[in-house]
Design a protein around this ligand. Structure first.
Ligand code: SAM
Ligand code: SF4
Ligand code: SF4
Length: 338
C-alpha cells in the first residue's frame, strides 16, 4: 500500500485515529455527561448527521494512506451504535490496518464480545471507576452495579480480546477505590490504568483541586504493592507503565495533567458527525462529512486532512492553566470521543 508520513508543525507524525461512532450513552457519568445537561431535552445528533459506515470506511482508507496503522472506536458509548460489528468487519478487511480497538463502559460488551472478536476487533479498553457498587453507581448515575461490567471483562478476556481497564480518578469521588481496584485487577491479571481527571468540555466543573496526580496515585498503590517501571512499547504510548514486582501484571498512568505528553501526540480524531479534530481539547473541528457529501474525490479529502495536520500546533496540556480550563471553548468528550 502507498503510504506517506505527514508531520505537524512540531514534527509529530499522524499515526493513530480515534473515531467516535455516536454521541449517545447509556451512562451519565458525573464527570462526562452530567444528567442536568445531558437530560431528556438534550439535542443529540440526528441520525442523518452521523457518518455512515461507508463514510467511516472511506475516511479510514484515506487515513491509512496517510500513515495511520491503528484505529480505536469510541463515543459516547460505541456499543450503542447499531450494527457496530458490521462496521468492525468492514474496517478489519482494510489493507494496512494493523489494530482495531474499542473503548466502552462494557454494559453491552458481555453479550457482544464473541461477535466483536469474530468481526476482527483486537482489544477493548473498559472504563470502570470503582469496584464498590455504591461509588460506581454514584459516578455512572444510571443504576448500574459493577458486576455486569466485571462479567463483561471476564467474557471479553475469555473470547480472546486483549483487555485493559481504565479508571478515572477524581478527588472526593473515588480515591478510596485505588487499592481495592488495584488488588482486584491484579488478581484477574488485567492491566489497570489510572487516568487523571481532565478538563475536557465545558460541563464537568473541573479544577486543579479535583485532580489526583500520578504521584499521589503511585504513592497510594505503593503502600501495598512494589512497582517497577516498564519501557514504553512504542513511540507515543500514552500510558506510563509499571508492573507489580515479580509478575508480568501491569498498571499504567495517563498523566494528561501532571506530566503532559503533547510532544509525542500522534493522534487524530473524527467526531460522530464527521468533524476532524487534532486535539482532545480543541474548540473547533473541520467538517469532513460535508466535504465527503459534497462529492469530493479521495485526493481532495486527503488534501484537506493533510493541510489540517500540517498546520497542527496543538499542545493544550502543556499550556493548561486554571484560566484556559475555565474559559476556553472546548467540545465535549462524549462528542469528540475519549
Ligand atoms: N463510553 C465509553 C467509555 O466510557 O469507555 C467511551 C467514551 S468515554 C468518553 C472514553 C473515556 O474517557 C472513558 O474511559 C472515560 O472515563 C474517559 N473520560 C471521560 N471524561 C473524562 C474526564 N473529564 N477526564 C478523564 N477521563 C475522562
Ligand atoms: Fe458515557 Fe463513557 Fe462518558 Fe461515562 S465516560 S458518560 S460511559 S461516554
Ligand atoms: Fe494531544 Fe491535545 Fe492531548 Fe496534547 S492536549 S496530548 S496535543 S490531544
Amino acid at each position: 500500500m502507498q503510504q506517506s508520513v505527514i508531520t505537524d508543525k512540531f514534527g509529530r507524525a499522524l499515526q493513530d485515529l480515534r473515531i467516535s461512532v455516536t454521541d449517545r450513552c447509556n451512562f451519565r457519568c458525573r464527570y462526562c455527561m452530567p444528567r442536568e445537561i445531558f437530560g431528556k431535552d438534550f439535542a443529540f445528533l440526528p441520525k442523518e448527521h452521523l457518518l455512515t459506515f461507508e463514510e467511516i470506511e472511506r475516511l479510514t482508507k484515506i487515513f491509512l494512506q496517510l500513515g495511520v496503522r491503528k484505529v480505536r472506536l469510541t463515543g459516547g458509548e460505541p456499543l450503542l451504535r447499531r450494527d457496530i460489528t458490521t462496521l468492525i468487519k468492514r474496517l478489519a478487511q482494510l489493507e494496512g490496518l494493523q489494530d482495531i480497538g474499542l473503548t466502552t463502559n462494557a454494559v453491552l460488551l458481555g453479550k457482544m464480545a464473541s461477535d466483536l472478536k469474530e468481526a476482527g476487533l483486537k482489544r477493548v479498553n473498559v472504563s470502570l471507576d470503582a469496584i464498590e457498587d455504591q461509588t460506581f453507581m454514584q459516578i455512572n448515575d444510571s443504576n448500574v452495579k459493577t458486576q455486569p461490567v466485571i462479567n463483561s471483562i471476564i467474557k471479553a478476556k475469555e473470547v480472546g480480546l486483549a483487555v485493559k481497564v481504565n479508571m478515572v480518578v477524581k478527588k472526593g469521588m473515588n480515591e478510596h477505590q485505588l487499592l481495592p481496584m488495584a488488588k482486584f485487577f491484579k488478581e484477574l491479571g488485567i492491566t489497570l490504568r489510572f487516568i487523571e481527571f481532565m478538563d475536557v468540555g465545558q460541563t464537568n466543573g473541573w479544577n486543579f483541586e479535583h485532580v489526583v496526580t500520578k504521584k499521589e496515585i503511585y504513592e497510594e498503590i505503593s503502600k501495598r504493592f512494589d512497582l517497577e517501571p516498564v519501557n514504553p512499547a512504542y513511540f507515543g504510548e500514552v500510558a506510563k507503565r509499571y508492573r507489580y514486582k515479580g509478575t508480568d501484571i501491569e498498571v499504567g498512568f495517563i498523566t494528561s495533567v501532571s506530566e503532559s505528553f503533547c510532544s509525542s501526540c500522534t493522534r487524530a480524531r473524527i467526531a460522530a458527525d464527521g468533524h476532524f479534530f487534532t486535539c482532545l481539547f480543541a474548540g473547533e473541528g473541520l467538517n469532513v462529512k460535508d466535504i465527503l457529501r459534497d462529492g469530493a474525490t479521495d485526493d481532495e479529502v486527503k488534501d484537506t486532512i493533510v493541510s489540517g495536520w500540517k498546520y497542527r500546533d496543538d499542545r493544550y496540556s502543556d499550556l493548561r492553566t486554571e484560566e484556559t480550563a475555565k474559559n476556553r471553548k472546548k467540545i465535549e468528550m462524549s462528542y469528540i470521543g475519549g
